[in-house]
Design a protein around this ligand. Structure first.
Ligand SMILES: NC(=O)c1ccc[n+]([C@@H]2O[C@H](COP(=O)([O-])OP(=O)(O)OC[C@H]3O[C@@H](n4cnc5c(N)ncnc54)[C@H](O)[C@@H]3O)[C@@H](O)[C@H]2O)c1
Ligand SMILES: [Zn+2]
Length: 355
């Protein structure tokens, strides 16, 4: 399968190419059109790629993960590029997972007031989620992604051949975001995932490409409607936060050590589906259907911190909330989400105790 998705409207210009075994050719094409090309590569995959320091291609590789999304990470990369004479005609390509993409996107959007930026996501999570939509950023000690910009990459290349080296834990992490897209927007897709999850987790190429394509289209639906997350209705980009209010609080509580992002939002999605059920939005039958699928795929569904008051404190501090109220993106049915504003923090504590 090869597919190209072009978005070219007044507000948003970007394109996404889905093509196998295409990374080195993609980089070469960019190098032919730009004076200087900086390839920033996750060191774990550097040796799997056939890209060499040549003519106008400069390779920078380093160890990736959540810890690079810091002020230090930003400074190191920006200064490396300056030392290597980056200029306005340079292009920057990020080849790695979501952590690298978020950092490089932020550097590219600010250095010299913005450089041409390309993304080659190399984890399932980054292929179905973080490479789409132009959000980037770094963490501060006050919270995740507090510093960042909206900056669309010129082009994104999704090449599934790079996923062969990805550990199963990371594949499941990406799968969690795929399920999220189905849960908030597409019932038929959820049914399809129930049938095909096993093949997908074993990297069956055709199933994987179909799921990635479908996921990207759902994410784009919200990004196109509400790029900057201004809306507060059911078309808001905030719907993509389903599972993330609780998920981010869990990640933050454990200082990003105990769970990876997908694991934390798996627990978050099940908990927020239970909250949806508790509030009379989601039927018990559909809640059960979701839980069965998560269990079948061995995704995480619970952590003891959910019953602890400390989680409420973290939730109340979330940048998206005001005063004592906590906002959630919940689901009314599988495939249909709703923006649920202002649950009082005491109420949330009571619900979490009861579910
Ligand atoms: N910008 C957005 O819209 C958005 C959306 C969702 C998530 N995110 C961010 O994405 C980050 C998580 O991304 P992630 O899950 O890709 O994590 P990651 O970038 O930390 O990658 C996970 C691990 O996989 C390794 N890796 C990467 N590609 C590999 C490959 N092909 N083979 C083997 N190992 C490989 C990495 O070195 C790392 O150890 C978080 O920081 C999250 O906040 C951003
Ligand atoms: Zn996420």
């Amino acid at each position: 399968m090869q597919k190209k998705i072009n978005i070219n409207n007044k507000k948003l210009k970007t394109s996404i190419l889905i093509k196998k075994n295409f990374i080195s050719k993609f980089v070469k094409n960019i190098a032919e059109k730009n004076e200087k090309v900086f390839c920033i590569i996750d060191s774990k995959i550097r040796n799997n790629l056939n890209i060499n320091n040549q003519k106008n291609i400069i390779i920078i590789s380093f160890k990736c993960g959540e810890k690079i999304k810091t002020f230090d990470g930003y400074k190191n990369l920006a200064e490396k590029l300056i030392l290597k004479d980056v200029n306005r005609k340079s292009a920057v390509i990020a080849i790695g997972g979501g952590s690298l993409g978020d950092l490089v996107g932020f550097v590219a959007s600010t250095l010299l007031r913005g450089l041409d930026f390309f993304l080659i996501p190399t984890t399932l999570l980054s292929q179905v989620d973080s490479s789409i939509g132009g959000k980037n950023g770094i963490n501060t000690r006050f919270g995740k992604n507090l510093l960042g910009t909206f900056f669309q990459p010129k082009e994104v290349l999704i090449d599934i051949s790079v996923l062969n080296s990805l550990p199963r834990k990371e594949i499941k992490s990406g799968y969690a975001e795929i399920i999220k897209h189905a849960l908030i927007k597409d019932y038929a897709f959820f049914n399809w995932l129930e049938k095909n999850a096993n093949k997908l987790l074993n990297l069956n190429k055709s199933i994987l490409e179909q799921a990635i394509y479908k996921s990207i289209m759902i994410k784009l639906y919200y990004v196109i409607k509400d790029e900057k997350e201004f809306l507060s209705n059911n078309n808001s980009r905030a719907m993509l936060n389903f599972g993330h209010t609780i998920g981010h609080a869990i990640e933050s509580h454990y200082n990003y050590q105990k769970f990876n992002h997908g694991e934390a939002i798996s627990i978050g999605m099940i908990t927020e589906a239970k909250i949806s059920n508790y509030l009379g939005l989601l039927s018990s039958k559909e809640l059960e259907k979701i839980i069965i699928h998560f269990k079948k795929c061995k995704l995480k569904i619970y952590d003891k911190i959910l019953k602890d008051r400390i989680l409420i404190k973290i939730l109340a501090k979330d940048k998206k909330n005001f005063q004592n109220n906590i906002n959630f993106s919940l689901i009314k049915q599988i495939g249909s989400s709703i923006f649920y504003k202002k649950l009082d923090k005491h109420q949330v504590y009571k619900i979490l105790k009861n579910i």
